[in-house]
Write a protein that binds this ligand. Structure first.
Ligand code: ZN
Length: 267
């Protein structure tokens, strides 16, 4: 199976990166998509991808850091063009398969909302320009993000709605527009409504992810998450879909390949 969203560069893994990656491989993880969230983590993702044949990278500026690209009124800054140029040159690396994680986060609101909208729009333009899919981070901003995409245009190569936490209408929007739902640890949590949304979406729309070091699945809540734990998420998704774990593994792996690598046979 594929961990479609992980942050192996994080300090939580410092000194243990190799064993964490080995444990994941031993647990059946065949690919990792290491996701950038600022210029430094994007460069670190590329370094990891260069050192490991089974790691791919994304580059992007998270909505938390949108203030790097725009002010509180959404206007560009003197350094915006330079940051975007750096992002473009990182994105040109052959192991970079998407722009992300980018989006809107109205839960923590760490950057002003007009700056978040502006940063999202500028990076969607880069995704279009470079013909890359997008990894979206959306938190407490589902209707706003989807309405914004409807307004400014769906990125041509589509992408993943990472750590999906939308409602039925968001699932239908994703279905209509050809996006995948990134499903991780929260699907295993008691009282989670995600399993019914997973069932509504169907296996054709799902990719698995850990978001490690965050969001560990049951029975690891409260601990550091890692890619090896993805098997627990896969099992819960299989239950929600009424499918065997092997089928969910195969179908979500094919989905990932179709989105990022041009087809189920390109491994
Ligand atoms: Zn993430």
């Amino acid at each position: 199976m594929i961990d479609s969203h992980v942050h192996l560069n994080r300090h939580e893994f410092q000194g243990q990166q190799d064993e964490v990656i080995s444990r994941a491989r031993a647990a059946g993880i065949t690919k990792f998509l290491n996701v950038g969230y600022d210029l430094q983590s994007s460069a670190e993702s590329i370094a990891l991808a260069e050192a490991n044949t089974d790691i791919l990278a994304t580059v992007g500026i998270h909505p938390h850091d949108a203030a790097l690209l725009a002010d509180e009124e959404g206007q560009i800054l003197t350094e915006t063009a330079q940051v975007l140029d750096q992002l473009r040159s990182l994105a040109a690396h052959p192991k970079v398969v998407a722009i992300g994680e980018i989006g809107l986060d109205f839960f923590r609101d760490l950057s002003p909302r007009p700056a978040q909208y502006a940063a999202l729009k500028m990076q969607l333009e880069i995704a279009t320009e470079l013909d890359l899919p997008v990894v979206f981070h959306i938190r407490d901003a589902w209707s706003e993000t989807l309405a914004f995409l409807d307004e400014i245009g769906i990125p041509p190569r589509r992408g993943i709605l990472h750590s999906f936490s939308g409602d039925e209408a968001s699932v239908e929007w994703a279905q209509k527009n050809g996006f995948f739902l990134g499903i991780g640890g929260p699907v295993t949590y008691k009282n989670s409504k995600l399993d019914s949304l997973v069932a509504l979406a169907g296996a054709e729309m799902i990719v698995l992810e850990t978001d490690a070091p965050w969001l560990p699945p049951v029975p690891f809540r409260g601990q550091r998450n890692e890619s090896a734990y993805l098997v627990h998420t896969c099992a819960r998704v299989a239950t929600a879909l009424g499918l065997d774990v092997e089928d969910v593994d195969r179908m979500t792996t094919d989905n990932f390949h179709r989105l990022f690598l041009g087809g189920p046979f390109d491994t």
